[in-house]
Design a protein around this ligand. Sequence first.
Ligand SMILES: Cc1cc2nc3c(=O)[nH]c(=O)nc-3n(C[C@H](O)[C@H](O)[C@H](O)COP(=O)(O)O)c2cc1C
Length: 183
Amino acid sequence: MSKYQIAVVVGSLRKDSFNRKLANAIVKLAPPEFSFQQVQIGDLPLYNQDDDANQAESVKRLKNEIKSAQGILFVTPEYNRSIPGTLKNAIDNASRPYGQNAWAGKPAGVIGVSIGVIGTAMAQQHLRNVLAFLDMPTLGQPEIFIQAKDGLFDESGNIGADSKQFLQNWMDKYVAWVKKHAA
Ligand SMILES: Cc1cc2nc3c(=O)[nH]c(=O)nc-3n(C[C@H](O)[C@H](O)[C@H](O)COP(=O)(O)O)c2cc1C
């Protein structure tokens, strides 16, 4: 088992999601002591505080995956200048009941790709606000705002040549961040 296990939260449920492709590609730039597992968020119930005392199995599963990870990687699209409701729902579900926030203390990275020119900048800023409240140390620099364009991925689904060095640099910083902050 790798020394550092990272839970990857993709904010899109779309089958051909650019963000899922980005998540699949960027993890190949990490060293062998890191392993990455995408967590499922599409089957979670809509958060309802009445359920706090009896959380759904899917919520318990997500919380266990978060708690057993040494770090979290958020890969999210931008929806209407914020994060998708699906992602916020997952975050809310795993943050409760009060005092049992599964995200607390987990080092995080935030990246995203969109078809718009600002490449998820607004969504990421909103997400950072949420992660700060959840007490997650979140890598501040470098930032990754990617616009989906031809050549972003090669035929094998790897990061294309033009973006590879940029994303490798981000991954190197993320790896160091997780090592520094992992419990
Ligand atoms: C409800 C909705 C809202 C969107 N809002 C934005 C937005 O605010 N900024 C942006 O750059 N793209 C926006 N888009 C376009 C997304 O960038 C695009 O759909 C992208 O492919 C979503 O990511 P995915 O490929 O990982 O699903 C929006 C798309 C949807 C469906």
